[in-house]
Design a binder for this molecule. Structure first.
Ligand code: FCB
Length: 445
């Protein structure tokens, strides 16, 4: 069960989910700040105004990361903190926050991985059309360049965009995320603009950056509920929508045919040059893995016309997501077979449970320990199968603002009491620390 030397053991977070103080020190408003303040959008009526108060407590938080013996930490930059209007004049105090965060990580021997975009778009850009506007490609490249110039001397791992599928589907098809749109034509335009923005940020990196840059996608094994042709085809459509929508263009310069069929006239044309441009080589793929889906054909269900079916007895997390560790091995092996041998990081993996502290304050989260153990074993099997897996980041370091679920879903390996802001390492954090100390040895027992 041991992992290779140099394997990165980390945990991940994102800016809007943990920082709080969204408008402090000259920051501009983000679309998530705007969205969460619209009544009815977030399950528990909450928002990211305070979150984990990490913006003010980051020094202690970095110390905690060190205590957990994590070798790496994946965070995201809030675009509107560093560029309040999205473009134009940078905000020195916002930049300074990330500067100090990175310095303090490095001072503790923790390698930073910076994600440029984890869903919080400057509201000023949202008002100009946001991701549905083709100008977003240039806006993103300008922002990316600012961050490289500021931090590439210290940050050696960069991710452009986190989970573009979620931005398209939740932001523009289902409308559950900011900006809360439900318009397939816009969704299709956003899909293209996100890919082009990713590629423009990679191009900017090649001109200035010295280390590694990649794309982070969420991948989900899709299985058909039956052998019937209709269900098999539904599974195939959803696989194209979920798993190939971004990787096929970015790694092969191809658009899956299924998407053109699904979106019909709404799907934008791609020229050969555009496809060549988005397939600019990247240094790694980041994979976020949580669940698998078993689906049936359903003409009324989303662009892929596929509906997930719930098997009554399958193990689930508090999100209702099926626990399916083998899917992590399968999806990593699939990347290798479809896209070739490129370095991969598991940039997110984890589970929500309804953790309740014991009277003595301990948080004993045995189901999460088991979830981590089984998924880390699955990651190890991918290494055995020859996948060039370079690291694993648990989602998440902290319980935090889980988007439309607010604070009602806890994903942390560290418990956060949102009243007092006290942090408590859960049993899963202690287990993970043992895994790290033994380079995977602790997974054997
Ligand atoms: C992923 C997101 C992350 C978090 C987890 C549970 O889709 O990247 O911010 O919400 O899911």
């Amino acid at each position: 069960m041991t992992f290779p030397p140099g394997f990165l053991w980390g945990a991940a977070t994102s800016a809007y989910q943990i920082e709080g103080s969204p408008l402090a020190d000259g920051a501009g408003e983000s679309n998530w700040h705007r969205f969460t303040h619209i009544p009815g959008k977030i399950a528990d009526g909450s928002n990211g105004d305070v979150a984990c108060d990490h913006y003010r407590r980051f020094v202690d938080d970095v110390r905690l990361i060190r205590e957990l013996q994590l070798g790496a930490y994946r965070f995201s930059v809030s675009w509107s903190r560093v560029l309040p209007d999205g473009i134009g004049k940078p905000n020195a105090r916002g930049l300074d926050f990330y500067d100090r965060l990175v310095d303090s990580l490095l001072a503790h021997g923790i390698q930073p991985m910076a994600t440029l975009y984890h869903w919080d778009l400057p509201q000023a850009l949202e008002e100009r059309g946001g991701w549905a506007d083709a100008r977003a490609v240039g806006w993103f490249a300008e922002y990316a360049e600012l961050m490289y110039r500021k931090m590439d001397d210290r940050v050696r791992l960069w991710a452009t965009i986190n989970e573009p599928w979620v931005i398209v589907d939740q932001g523009y098809v289902e409308g559950q995320h900011a900006p809360g749109r439900r318009d397939w034509a816009e969704a299709a335009a956003v899909s293209k603009n996100l890919l082009k923005a990713h590629a423009a940020a990679v191009a900017a990196y090649r001109a200035i950056g010295k280390h590694a840059i990649g794309l982070v996608v969420n991948l989900v094994p899709i299985h058909a509920a039956s052998n019937a042709d209709a269900d098999q085809q539904a599974a195939n459509r959803l696989d194209a929508y979920f798993n190939r929508q971004f990787l096929d263009p970015a790694l092969r310069g191809e658009i899956p045919n299924e998407l053109v069929e699904m979106f019909g006239a709404a799907w934008p044309d791609w020229t050969k040059d555009e496809l060549r441009e988005v397939a600019r080589p990247i240094d790694f793929v980041g994979v976020n893995y949580y669940l698998r889906l078993v689906v049936r054909d359903d003409p009324t269900a989303g662009p892929a016309r596929a509906r997930a079916v719930v098997e009554p007895n399958c193990p689930r997390t508090a999100m209702g997501w099926e626990i399916y560790p083998q899917g992590l091995t399968d999806i990593l092996v699939w990347i290798k077979s479809r896209y070739g041998d490129l370095p991969v990081y598991i940039t997110e993996n984890g589970a929500a449970y309804d953790d309740v502290p014991r009277p003595n304050g301990d948080v004993v989260d045995i189901p999460r320990v088991e979830y981590l153990r089984d998924h880390l074993r699955a990651a190890r099997r991918a290494l055995d199968a020859g996948v060039d897996l370079r690291g694993y980041f648990a989602w998440s370091l902290f319980d935090n603002f889980e988007w439309q679920q607010g604070y009602s879903k806890r994903f942390g390996i560290v418990y956060v009491d949102f009243e007092s802001q006290r942090r408590v390492a859960k049993s899963s954090a202690k287990f993970y620390r043992d895994v790290i100390r033994t380079a995977g040895g602790a997974l054997e027992s």
